[in-house]
Design a protein around this ligand. Structure first.
Ligand SMILES: *Cc1c(COP(=O)(O)O)cnc(C)c1O
Length: 394
């Protein structure tokens, strides 16, 4: 164990089971540890490093912005945030934006927006229906929104106003809707919950129900947005338009930034009702602008579709080879492999020893969320290592 890991143990709250490797440098889909070992990184900052590590477009935009203007608060107009806003609005179905610093914070703002909508248009309705297996963040309200006991149980009492119902079950949403309901909040594909895909018509039916009841559909695209599923936003794949959408993770290629986007009809904040000190600061927005611009100019989503399909096909090959693989699922470059028993940690370790970083999303499942710019060569390297790692398990 390196000295850094001993120091971490001494100083840090133990909130995460870290993979025992200290990373010091990254380039593209590769990272290096403090002993000079190289790893292929299919964790990518938890689906964050869209353009890989230290992409020149992002690094240069950051360096330039750092020399120019880093932060002046939202009391003033600044240019990078307006440039990012313009790209987001022009390339999505939404009309207005608000920037935050993280995903949970974006979701908090989206729920505040929905409550404000309820006050204005739905006789004070405030409840938000969310799904079991979802993940919406770590703040207290988002823990209440997150439909997983392991995230909620340690923190009771939870903030009121959230109802968790089964995912991929329109009837459950209908049954939970009351005159107190102001919104339904869902992930197009559940990420942290295990890469769970809904039926193709689920979101469409939820959309119709929300229209019928006059309540808002909030899509949490913090993990799926920005190209990860092979379209710029996940909703495009399901033929629906949300009233509100949240983004974060991949938006800044690793620099913290989140966003709430809303349709005009849900654009209900008045001055002073929401705000942020750091949200939309020039530095983060320079990274987000460079990222989005690169994604749009270089058909990165096309790459995600092609390489994602190739990767999925190769994982399916492994499934025919190893009987203990029960499922390969996902879209674009958000993929998972599930096992018939809890060997996720073992496989992760076997991959790590061979220079391949993956995420164990459940005790019996791995999640792959590589940079969106990887090619087939990197997929082949990943699959070869995974093959050897899986062979070492049996
Ligand atoms: C990661 C994630 C969040 C929380 O984002 P943070 O930046 O960690 O607060 C919320 N929703 C989804 C879908 C996520 O994947």
């Amino acid at each position: 164990m390196s000295n850094w890991q001993e120091l971490e143990r001494r100083y840090f709250m133990h909130t995460v089971e870290r993979t025992p490797v200290t990373l010091v440098r990254g380039e593209g889909a590769w990272v290096w540890d403090d002993e000079g070992r190289r790893y292929l990184d299919f964790v990518a900052g938890w689906a964050v490093n869209s353009l890989g590590h230290c992409h020149p477009a992002v690094a240069e935009a950051l360096a330039e912005q750092a020399r120019t203007l880093i932060q002046v608060s939202n009391q003033f107009y600044t240019i990078p945030q307006i440039q990012v806003a313009e790209l987001l609005i022009n390339h999505s179905c939404l009309d207005k934006v608000f920037f935050s610093n993280s995903g949970a914070e974006a979701n908090e703002g989206a729920v505040k927006l929905a409550r404000r909508y309820g006050q204005r248009h739905l006789n004070g309705a405030y409840e938000v229906i969310t799904a079991t297996g979802s993940f919406h963040g770590r703040t207290l309200a988002m823990v209440a929104a997150t439909g997983q006991a392991k995230h909620q149980q340690p923190y009771h009492p939870l903030p009121a106003g959230f109802v968790n119902v089964a995912y991929n079950d329109v009837a459950a949403i209908k049954a939970a809707t009351t005159d107190k309901t102001c919104a339904v909040m869902l992930e197009p594909v559940q990420g942290e919950g295990g890469v769970n895909l809904p039926d193709n018509d689920y979101l469409k039916q939820v959309r119709e129900w929300c229209d019928q009841k006059g309540i808002l559909l909030i899509l949490d695209e913090i993990q799926t947005g920005g190209g990860r599923l092979g379209t710029l936003f996940g909703y495009e794949q399901y033929g629906v338009e949300p009233d509100v959408m949240t983004l974060a993770k991949g938006l800044g290629s690793g620099v913290p930034i989140g966003a709430i986007l809303a349709k005009e009809r849900a654009n209900v904040f008045s001055p002073g009702e929401h705000g942020s000190t750091f949200g939309g600061n020039p530095l983060a927005c320079a990274a987000a602008y460079a990222t989005l611009k690169f994604v749009l100019d270089n058909d990165v989503v096309g790459n995600v579709r092609r390489v994602g399909q190739y990767f999925k096909d190769r994982l399916e090959e492994l499934k025919t080879k190893y009987r203990f693989i029960t499922e390969v699922r996902g879209r674009g470059l958000l993929l998972a492999m599930e096992f018939d028993r809890d060997i996720g940690a073992e496989v992760l370790k076997a991959c790590l020893e061979r220079g391949f970083l993956v995420n164990r999303v459940k005790p019996n499942a791995l999640r792959f969320m590589p940079p969106l710019i990887i090619g087939r060569g990197e997929v082949d390297e990943a699959v070869d290592i995974l093959d050897k790692a899986l062979a070492s398990i049996v």
